[in-house]
Design a binder for this molecule. Structure first.
Ligand code: ATP
Ligand code: MG
Length: 402
C-alpha cells in the first residue's frame, strides 16, 4: 500500500515523492537489480516527513544477511548484528544498516527476543517495530508505505505503540524509555493507551541493563518539553534517576548537559551526585564536572581574592556555568557582576599566569623545592593585588621574600 492521498500531508512538512539520499539509492538499486526488495524505514523516514533531513539511515530488505554480504562485498561491512539479521554497509562516508525482514518471538527477559524469525514481507516486518511513527517506509521511487497509520499519528503528533501496548512493553521494556525520549525530542504527546501501559509496566525498566537506561535517559534529558514529562511520569523516571522535582521548571533553560543533571540532582551532595552518575555509567570526566559544579554552586562570595581562587581552582568555564545556574535558580551565590568584571580582566590566577617562572628563579640562583615555595608566595601576593604581575615587580618581590 503506498499513499498518494495528499490530505494525509496537512501539517507534515514534506510531500511525496520523497528524496532518497544518494548513498541509500545506490544500495537499494543494487538490491533491486538482483530482484530483492529494499526500503528506507524507521527514524529517517519519520524525520523526513517532519522536514528534518539527515540522521542515520536504516533499511529493510527481503535479502538474507548472506546475500547482502555477497552483494555488498566491495564495501566495508559491519557484521555485529548479523545474528539479528542486520548488516552495516559503509558507503559515501556513512554507515547504513540493512535488516532482513523479521518478526520477533516473545521475550523472557523483556529485552532480547527469544527468537528472531525471518519473514517474507515488509508488511510483517513493520508490526515488530515499536511505534507507528517509526514504522513508515519509503521505496526507491520515494513513495510512502504506511501499514500502521503512522502518518495519522505524525499528523496528530503522538507516539502510539504498534499492537497491544502492554504486550509490546513486556517484549522489550526499553520501548517505555524510547516512547518518553521520542515524545520530548519531537514534542509529541503519548497516546492514552500507550501511556497507561507504560506506567503499568514501568517496573520492567529495572530489568534493563543500566547502560541502556542511561543512553535513553541521556538523550531525553538533552531535549525540550521536559517539565510536563517529569510531572506526568515521576515514578517511572525515578526508576532511571533519583531526581528531585523542585527546580524542574528551570531545566530547559540550561543548554549545558551538566547543569541539567545538576538541576535534577540538586538535593544531593557532591558525593551522592558522583555515586548516582557513576552508577549510570557516565564518563569519569562528566561525573567530576557535575560534582564540581555542585560544590561551586554552594559558594557565596563577593570577595575578589576568593573569586580569583575559584577561577584558579575550578577554571573559567565551570565558574561561568555556575553563575548561570545560580542566577536561573535565584540563588544567593557568587556575585555575578563582580565575577564577570573579574573574568574580563583576565587576572593571574595560577602559576602558569605568573610573569615569572621556575627558569627565571634558577637564573636568580634559587633551586629545587624553594622555587615552588617562592612561586606560590608570589602568586598569592599577585592574586591579593599586593604586587603587580610583571617581571620587574616580581623579581623585586623575590629578593624581599628570600
Ligand atoms: P533515532 O532518531 O534515535 O535514530 P530511530 O527511530 O531511527 O530513532 P533506531 O534506534 O535507529 O531509532 O531504530 C531504527 C528503527 O528500528 C526504529 O525506527 C524502529 O522502527 C525500530 N526499532 C528500534 N528499536 C526498537 C525496539 N526497541 N523495538 C521495536 N522496534 C525498534
Ligand atoms: Mg535511527
Amino acid at each position: 500500500m503506498t499513499i498518494n492521498d495528499v490530505s494525509c500531508y496537512n501539517e507534515i512538512s514534506m510531500m511525496p515523492p520523497y528524496p532518497i539520499p544518494k548513498a541509500a539509492a545506490i544500495l537499494m538499486t543494487l538490491l533491486e537489480d538482483k530482484g530483492f526488495e529494499a526500503y528506507i524505514i524507521g527514524g529517517f523516514v519519520r524525520d523526513l516527513l517532519l522536514g528534518r533531513f539527515g540522521g542515520d539511515i536504516d533499511m529493510a530488505t527481503n535479502a538474507s544477511t548472506q546475500q547482502m554480504i555477497e552483494l555488498f562485498k566491495d564495501y566495508p561491512l559491519s557484521k555485529i548484528g548479523e545474528k539479528l539479521g542486520t548488516i552495516g554497509v559503509k558507503i559515501m562516508d556513512q554507515w547504513i544498516e540493512i535488516t532482513t525482514y523479521r518478526s520477533e518471538g516473545t521475550s523472557s527477559n523483556y529485552r532480547h527476543p527469544d527468537e528472531v524469525r525471518f519473514i517474507g514481507s515488509l508488511k510483517d516486518d513493520v508490526f515488530r517495530r515499536d511505534f507507528t511513527i517509526n514504522a513508515l517506509a519509503i521505496n526507491i521511487y520515494g513513495d510512502l508505505i504506511d501499514y500502521t497509520d503512522g502518518c495519522i499519528d505524525l499528523k496528530k503528533r503522538q507516539i502510539k505503540a504498534i499492537g497491544h501496548p502492554e504486550d509490546r512493553f513486556q517484549e522489550d521494556a526499553l520501548r517505555i524509555l524510547r516512547a518518553l525520549r521520542f515524545s520530548v525530542q519531537l514534542g509529541f504527546t503519548i497516546e492514552d493507551k500507550t501511556s497507561l501501559a507504560m506506567i503499568k509496566s514501568q517496573d520492567l525498566i529495572k530489568t534493563l541493563p543500566i547502560e541502556r537506561i542511561s543512553v535513553e535517559f541521556d538523550k531525553l534529558i538533552q531535549s525540550q518539553h521536559l517539565e510536563p514529562l517529569f510531572k506526568n511520569y515521576p515514578e517511572l523516571l525515578k526508576i532511571c534517576i533519583d531526581f528531585d522535582p523542585t527546580h524542574i521548571q528551570h531545566i530547559e533553560q540550561f543548554s549545558d548537559k551538566g547543569l541539567r543533571y545538576l538541576c535534577l540532582l540538586n538535593h544531593m551532595n557532591a558525593e551522592k551526585i558522583q555515586n548516582q552518575l557513576t552508577h549510570l555509567k557516565h564518563p569519569k570526566s562528566f561525573v567530576l564536572k557535575v560534582s564540581l559544579l555542585k560544590i561551586l554552586s554552594e559558594i557565596k562570595t563577593q570577595d575578589r581574592y576568593t573569586m580569583k581562587t575559584l577561577l584558579g581552582g575550578y577554571g573559567k568555564e565551570l565558574v561561568l556555568l555556575v553563575l548561570e545556574y545560580q542566577k536561573t535558580l535565584g540563588m544567593d551565590g557568587i556575585d555575578p557582576l563582580l565575577m564577570t568584571e573579574l573574568i574580563k580582566e583576565d587576572p593571574c590566577v595560577s602559576l602558569k599566569d605568573l610573569a615569572i617562572n621556575g627558569d627565571d628563579l634558577l637564573k636568580m640562583d634559587h633551586q629545587g623545592k624553594t622555587i615552588k615555595v617562592i612561586l606560590n608566595q608570589l602568586l598569592e601576593l599577585v592574586m591579593k593585588d599586593e604586587i603587580k604581575n610583571d617581571k620587574a615587580s616580581l623579581s623585586q618581590a623575590v629578593s624581599r621574600l628570600s
